[in-house]
Design a protein around this ligand. Structure first.
Ligand SMILES: Cc1cc2nc3c(=O)[nH]c(=O)nc-3n(C[C@H](O)[C@H](O)[C@H](O)COP(=O)(O)OP(=O)(O)OC[C@H]3O[C@@H](n4cnc5c(N)ncnc54)[C@H](O)[C@@H]3O)c2cc1C
Length: 321
């Protein structure tokens, strides 16, 4: 977006409003909070499509307190950067020298004050300590059995947070149809958010991607894969007044249906801000917790949040030893 603004001074896709310093109520959701501040229906609609959609859920499921902490955060950096070698180069770098077993799902973790045993579909491992980084959705679905069961406070934290349903719909076309300076759009239809990832690459590929969460994702997923792709395509056709648009290829990325993810990323529901710290809290100095859902509030649901939570968990393990 920053690059688009530099290249096109008239670029005007995003709106923002300075919020007055009115503290949210502890269990207030973002929609009720903004309504209390006097947001118009048009402003709320825009917030649903932009901030709400990107946060992973409909406004009634988003804690106003958590949202404000994120909006007012100044520690996350300002810029967006593209990793030229692809995102996997981050993981390749971080994994150097580590013994990583792929395709080895953990099914059970036995733990006691003396140590832990991790049972996978292939083998079992003895450990002094375990750092659990599976997504919140996997924890909520109970894909890993804990023996003994996790303390009630930990189970409560797992239940209290929400895994927002996040999906992407990707279309490839043979011919360009948008003005060359059009990089992204917010639609009043479903999906609300579209962009062309090929923008600025000069590859000649014509690819448009939609991203949606919350009620938009639920509505599309209810129509099955083919139905979701066709309904979203109708939105693109309407937005560009091109009823004849036909992709040469299309694909739905359905994270809620992925048994190793089960959603997009975690959302803090109203009144559940404290659940983040509880989820992150070590159990008996044997079970440690990392991953985006355990990150500190302004960084949840992000890659850098997941990274920072891993550093925090590593420090906790070292301190426990
Ligand atoms: C569409 C979309 C767009 C996003 N955009 C951005 C963005 O622009 N910027 C940003 O910062 N963040 C973004 N995010 C969020 C970011 O991707 C996540 O916050 C981050 O990847 C979470 O990292 P993690 O390590 O906590 O979890 P994950 O990356 O989900 O890693 C968890 C791992 O656990 C594994 N696992 C699951 N179950 C088991 C099991 N039983 N045994 C063993 N392993 C298991 C999974 O296979 C997975 O590899 C986006 C997310 C989505 C879905």
């Amino acid at each position: 977006m920053a690059e688009a603004r530099r290249l096109y001074p008239d670029f005007d896709i995003t709106r923002s409003w300075a919020l007055p310093d009115v503290p949210p109520l502890p269990d207030e959701d973002l929609g009720r909070y903004l309504t209390r501040l006097g947001f118009s229906e048009a402003q709320l609609q825009y917030t649903r499509r932009s901030y709400g959609n990107a946060t992973g859920e409909a406004l009634p499921f988003i804690s106003a307190e958590a949202a404000l902490a994120e909006m007012r955060d100044t520690t996350g950096g300002q810029g967006d950067y593209r990793i030229l070698d692809g995102y996997d180069s981050v993981y390749t770098h971080l994994a150097r020298g580590l013994d990583i077993r792929l395709n080895t799902p953990v099914t059970r973790i036995e733990w006691s004050p003396d140590g832990a045993r991790i049972i996978t579909e292939q083998a079992s491992f003895e450990a002094e300590a375990v750092v659990i980084t599976v997504p919140l959705g996997a924890l909520q679905a109970g894909v890993i059995e804990f023996a003994p069961a996790l303390p009630e406070s930990k189970q409560q934290a797992i239940r209290s947070l929400k895994m927002g349903p996040g999906i992407k719909l990707v279309y490839r076309f043979a011919e360009p149809f948008a003005a060359p300076e059009t990089m992204a759009l917010y639609s009043a239809l479903n999906p609300p958010m579209w962009w062309t990832p090929a923008f600025g690459h000069g590859t000649g590929e014509v690819v448009w991607t939609a991203f949606c969460t919350g009620d938009w994702a639920r509505e599309l997923l209810a129509q099955g894969e083919e139905g979701a792709l066709m309904k979203a395509l109708d939105t693109l056709r309407t937005e560009f007044s091109r009823p004849d648009l036909r992709p040469v290829d299309m694909h739905l990325v359905n994270w809620p249906a992925d048994p190793y993810v089960m959603g997009g990323y975690s959302v803090t529901p109203p009144g559940q801000v404290a659940a983040r710290a509880e989820l992150a809290r070590p159990v008996a100095n044997r079970l440690f917790w990392a991953g985006e859902a355990t990150a500190s509030l302004p960084h949840v649901a992000t890659v850098h949040g997941a990274y920072l939570s891993g550093e925090r968990a590593a420090q906790e393990v070292l301190a426990a030893r």
